[in-house]
Design a protein around this ligand. Structure first.
Ligand SMILES: Nc1ncnc2c1ncn2[C@@H]1O[C@H](COP(=O)(O)OP(=O)(O)OP(=O)(O)O)[C@@H](O)[C@H]1O
Length: 450
């Protein structure tokens, strides 16, 4: 009888161990919340002082402190001082700790020790940020959050009229496009690296905002026609793109006249009742706009590039933003390419085929990120390195969004397409809703009428 009970107990223990092991691999978020978080929190609490000391993150105590320890607390030995723990917060992906740095330590010291801290506390990664001078935040992740991306439910960081979450950073926080902070952006990547998925997530998020979406997709609209119900305009050939860019530049000038008439210098300073709707111009495979096969196309190309450069230089103030996507974007595209690239300060670089492409995307804004971009593995499509003009960068990955998902969001928010008469000639034809749940079938766009 005792043997049977022991056997049952042992099999129960084995089953729970197996279940926990299974959860760790298949449901890392649940495993972290139920097991990893309490264990790591405990480990952090009990080993904090000794770990910081071992990682070289302590300083000699002040004279006053030494005096008090010796004479008031009557202790013979005065211990070195680690940063003060100000806040510890558990999240569904990791643990956040805010530390007050003592005099003599700087954020770079903590960043340099992050790998040692990661091993000491047995977490997947430790990222260090500086929320304000004198403080650092340790963002620990309990597991590889980029393996299967799930965006956080609480989106505290996502606030503002032109802020949209697009992907997840490797520290578990959302990567957002904030158009008022970084008005224009460039997304680069080799074939099958995840550029379309990135744009799909972006469009699905933008579609829910009161903005006008304008598409330029000279691959005959194969990517962007899916978004047709939510687009105010779509150009699918270089000729249409040329006419659309002419119209956008004319609109930019009209908006500047409006700002001038109201004596303000920014769209957001206009009274609500006269403020024009912000526009996001999505350009897919930008190289198509630069290509010319015969001499007479060069004039059209130069005009388009000139318009894009003007929009990138000036249109932020009037609420027109560029979101440009391509495989490469270097001087080999021709006149104006590097001038345009310099204005697109938000950079997202997916897997690339050569270091040169990573340098095109990140070399001028976040040179430290170039190596990270060249080491993105081919079996992780959608992983990218995002840098911006502040020099900071992070590894990100978008959640999986199918063309049908993006199309459904665009259909559901079709009522948000703003009244923009100047874009009426470019409104895409909308295919009937598909019965199969796939994206809409290809339909011919309405011809552009000048
Ligand atoms: N974030 C992601 N998570 C999982 N799979 C992804 C992710 N991003 C892309 N993929 C997969 O990688 C493949 C290529 O993605 P995508 O079509 O977005 O690449 P692309 O760079 O636009 O390619 P191309 O330039 O050839 O059009 C697709 O099968 C897609 O499902």
């Amino acid at each position: 009888m005792t043997d049977v009970t022991t056997l049952l107990e042992l099999s129960g223990v084995a089953a729970s161990a197996g279940g926990i092991g299974y959860a760790k691999v298949r449901a890392p978020r649940a495993y972290w919340t139920l097991v990893g978080l309490p264990v790591t929190w405990g480990r952090f609490t009990f080993t904090y002082g000794s770990t910081m000391d071992a990682c070289g993150l302590t300083v000699a105590p002040s004279r006053l402190r030494s005096f008090l320890v010796r004479n008031v607390a009557r202790r013979a030995e005065v211990q070195p001082v680690p940063p003060k723990v100000r806040r510890v917060t558990g999240t569904s992906t990791g643990l956040r700790v805010t530390l007050r740095l003592p005099a003599g330590l700087e954020p770079a010291d903590v960043t340099a020790a992050s790998e040692r801290l990661r091993h000491a506390w047995g977490v997947h990664s430790v990222h260090v940020t500086t929320p304000r001078p004198g403080f650092v935040e340790l963002r620990m992740t309990g597991y590889d959050v980029l393996r299967r991306v799930r965006m956080p439910h609480r989106r505290r960081a996502v606030s503002g009229p032109m802020v949209v979450p697009v992907a997840l950073r490797e520290d578990g926080t959302p990567f957002v496009r904030d158009y008022r902070q970084v008005p224009h952006a460039l997304t680069l990547g080799a074939n099958q690296s995840g550029k379309s998925m990135y744009q799909r997530n972006l469009v699905a998020a933008l579609a829910k905002l009161p903005v006008g979406l304008v598409g330029i997709d000279c691959k005959r609209g194969v990517e962007q026609r899916t978004y047709a119900p939510r687009l105010s305009a779509l150009a699918t050939t270089p000729d249409q793109a040329g006419a659309l860019l002419d119209a956008l530049v004319a609109e930019m000038e009209r908006r500047f006249d409006l700002l001038s008439a109201h004596g303000v210098s920014d769209l957001w300073d206009l009274p609500d009742e006269v403020r024009p709707v912000p526009l996001v111009v999505l350009v897919d495979e930008v190289a198509e706009l630069f290509l010319t096969t015969v001499k007479k196309e060069e004039e059209r190309r130069d005009r388009m590039v000139q318009h894009m450069v003007r929009l990138a230089q000036m249109a932020r103030a009037v609420g027109i933003f560029l979101e440009v996507c391509g495989q490469r974007f270097g001087s080999e595209l021709g006149r104006g390419a590097t001038a345009l690239r310099a204005q697109l300060t938000g950079r997202v670089v997916h897997r690339v085929n050569d270091k040169q492409t990573a340098e095109m995307g990140l070399g001028d804004v976040a040179p430290d990120a170039v190596f990270a971009a060249t080491s993105i593995p081919a079996d992780r499509p959608g992983v990218a390195v995002a840098g911006d003009s502040s020099g900071g960068w992070s590894r990100i990955r978008t959640p999986e969004t199918t063309p049908a998902d993006a199309a459904a969001v665009c259909r559901a928010h079709a009522h948000l397409v703003p009244e923009l008469p100047f874009l009426d000639p470019f409104r895409p034809a909308i295919a009937p809703e598909p019965a199969t749940g796939q994206g809409p079938s290809l339909v011919k766009p309405r011809p552009v009428t000048d």
